[in-house]
Design a protein around this ligand. Sequence first.
Ligand SMILES: C[S@@+](CC[C@H](N)C(=O)[O-])C[C@H]1O[C@@H](n2cnc3c(N)ncnc32)[C@H](O)[C@@H]1O
Length: 279
Amino acid sequence: MARVRPILNGVPETLLWTLYNRAYEAGQPYPVLDDPVALRLLKDLDYPFEERFGRPNAFHSQAQGLRSRCFDLAVQGYLADRPQATVVALGDGLETGFWRVDNGRLNWLSVELPEVAELRRALLPASDRLRTLSRSATDLSWLDEIEDPEGRGVVVTTQGLLMYLPPKEVRRILAACAERLPGGVLVLDTMARWLARGTVAGTSKAGGMTIPPMRWAMNPGERHKLRSAHPGITEVRALRLPRGRGAMGELIRIQSLLPGLRTLTPAMTQLRFGGRTSH
Ligand SMILES: C[S@@+](CC[C@H](N)C(=O)[O-])C[C@H]1O[C@@H](n2cnc3c(N)ncnc32)[C@H](O)[C@@H]1O
């Protein structure tokens, strides 16, 4: 296959940054993330990763791998009870979670902006249980595309997406999921307010890339406020990063538990949606 040169700007370009870090981790001995599809993607893309994002650093790339692993574990936890559930991955980028968690029975719906949806289709293997929708996550009509006539369950993931949306849109998405997906869960990651401030000021860099503004931020202590988005949110649960590899993995774990330092990495949260409510 000829190598594909992605032309992405702004938030969509950040998917190459997360892919780069994830694939770097996946290429280490005893990686926290087993991800041959991500490693292959890196080869298929004609893109100056190192020039644009700098050399991956051991802390950041492993933390990135652990973030993906944490999403995978949440999805697998849901699938354990509902193996035929639909996974809806909002802002899926070139994430390869489908191949990491596929149990042969789930359905997967990626919702991405058109330029990224096109890349996914060009670069990733097809499956009759995988669909990619060219649509903004803020266009809530993606909810109509979930085929779940028998109530097999839905898990929504939003890895690395919500922080880039206006707070009003985040609330709309959470409320719509709570309203429309009773019995479902949604997994999200959040950046701390102090970190997001640097991105809004335009001073936060990843190598040569200026990180786009993160408009929605939340400190870990504010999680409980998510419940106010909709009465159908019946549980807000903090998810711990899984154990990492070696001394760096231990450092990431300790950092993620210490009140003063834990905001260096994203906080992970799972929302559970209860029965249908009218309001
Ligand atoms: C940091 S990347 C994360 C990609 C992937 N989830 C990952 O973890 O590697 C942010 C992603 O959000 C997508 N995105 C940004 N705004 C979006 C929107 N309104 N609707 C759907 N996707 C969006 C971008 O195209 C990009 O793929």
